[in-house]
Design a binder for this molecule. Structure first.
Ligand code: GRF
Length: 177
């Protein structure tokens, strides 16, 4: 069973839900994330674990990991989750946490990967699904798919389309293991 961590609009969460994957819990770092609304509409349990309520990051992560475990989560998917995870969380789900990122890592890690690729003038960027460690978009790569930068006006849309196809397919495969 899958737990999804979110911070924003949740289009990748929606792709997982639409693929019929067994998402049982959605945890957000922000109470105003639209992803929470998507989860509620799908009848999935939700909770917010913000640093406003849990100022010590390790404590927040411990409480969040416990909540996910209580819902039977075995695989954690970061889908637009904009925070670093600390060891108290990582140690609870060893090699069972994956993230989707809009670049060909290790190129363009961080929160502005699409803009950074455009600013760098590269011909090709892409999408990476990788295991999560303590770094910013640094864990071992599971799969990557290149996306041509041009036409730049539609790059963001084309990258998201690849994410919405690639992430559910990787998650489905990991669930089957
Ligand atoms: C995606 O581009 C994802 O790769 C990145 O943040 C964005 C989240 O979008 N980590 P959404 O919330 O899934 O719509």
């Amino acid at each position: 069973m899958i737990g999804v961590l979110v911070s924003g609009s949740g289009s990748n969460l929606q792709a997982l839900l639409d693929a019929g994957l067994p998402v049982v819990a959605v945890a957000s770092s922000r109470k105003d994330a639209f992803a929470l609304e998507r989860a509620r509409r799908a009848g999935v349990a939700t909770a917010t674990f913000s640093l406003d309520c849990h100022p010590v990051r390790e404590e927040r992560d411990l409480v969040m990991a416990t909540w996910l475990e209580e819902h039977g989560v075995e695989l954690v998917v970061l889908a637009g989750y904009m925070q670093i995870l600390t060891p108290p969380f990582l140690d609870r789900f060893p090699e069972r946490i994956v993230n989707v990122h809009p670049s060909l890592l290790p190129a363009f890690p961080g929160a502005h990967a699409i803009d950074d690729a455009l600013a760098a003038g590269v011909d090709t960027t892409g999408v990476t699904v990788h295991y999560v460690d303590e770094g910013v978009d640094t864990g071992p790569v599971i799969v990557q798919e290149p996306v041509p930068v041009e036409p730049a006006a539609t790059l963001e849309e084309r990258i998201h389309a690849v994410e919405h196809r690639l992430l559910p397919s990787v998650v489905e495969e990991l669930c089957a293991r």
